[in-house]
Design a protein around this ligand. Sequence first.
Ligand code: SAM
Length: 284
Amino acid sequence: MSDEESALVRPATPAERADPRLMHRANKAAWDEAAERYEGWLADAIAEIRGGGSNLFDAEIELICDLHGRCRRAIHLQCAAGRDTLALWNLGADEVVGVDFSARMLALAARLTDATGAPARWVQSDVLDAPPDLDATADLVYTGRGSLIWIQDLDAWAAVIARLLARDGRFVLFEGHPAEWLFDADENGHWIATDYDYFGGPEASKGWAPEYIERLSLDDAEQSWKFARAWTLGEIISALLGAGLQLERVAEYPIDWWGGHADVRPEERGRVPLSFSIIGRRWP
Ligand SMILES: C[S@@+](CC[C@H](N)C(=O)[O-])C[C@H]1O[C@@H](n2cnc3c(N)ncnc32)[C@H](O)[C@@H]1O
């Protein structure tokens, strides 16, 4: 990392760590900026959804299962521009609800709905404040793919999932594995350990990984600070259990879900957990 780049990454201060809502407000501003990148993906998303397709991995589709006739409402937390949300419609959900705090993301989601006629409702809200009229209405709550690292109060997050789930509703999480930050490729494509602190908590940064968001029209230094953190698998599972969910399955995969490890030699891929999933239910 150059000096210029490292000036744009720092541990969260004690005052910031103590205030999850402050970190969420910062993240909202940063994601409104990053939504610019999603604008470039809208045409592809429209074509994919109109064609009955899905951006989801096969492993996710297997977890979610065919939703035809058994999912009146699917709620997608941190839905971004709605592409994965409408994939749930294509998998058979009667109605989908996407919750995200970025107005700019949801404006794109609304354009996706207009273009596809999907029965979708978009709710602009911090996940932690998901509106009570959604309580106990979700036959499926789905989230993941780069969502959890932005949440700074995991117990409150898990409580929201528990209150949104209808009787017999299922929770499906497919997410980046927290261990993925501990490994990177050297210049020859071999795995090496990074100096990432698995237990370090929130980190403030500006700028985005080129494999994901690339460059925005705002220079990195001009962007809003944003706060991300790896939650350990133990913290995630404990938060869901603490909210009363019954966990049915936890699985780990070498799937490079965001293409951040594409420079690892093919023969060495598959050795490191890069994603994981959890299936749970609220009611026995
Ligand atoms: C990486 S995206 C989630 C993955 C998504 N499926 C996609 O297609 O990229 C992260 C999303 O989470 C949203 N987000 C982050 N923190 C949030 C919070 N506390 N409440 C609501 N939305 C949040 C951001 O606005 C962004 O749209």
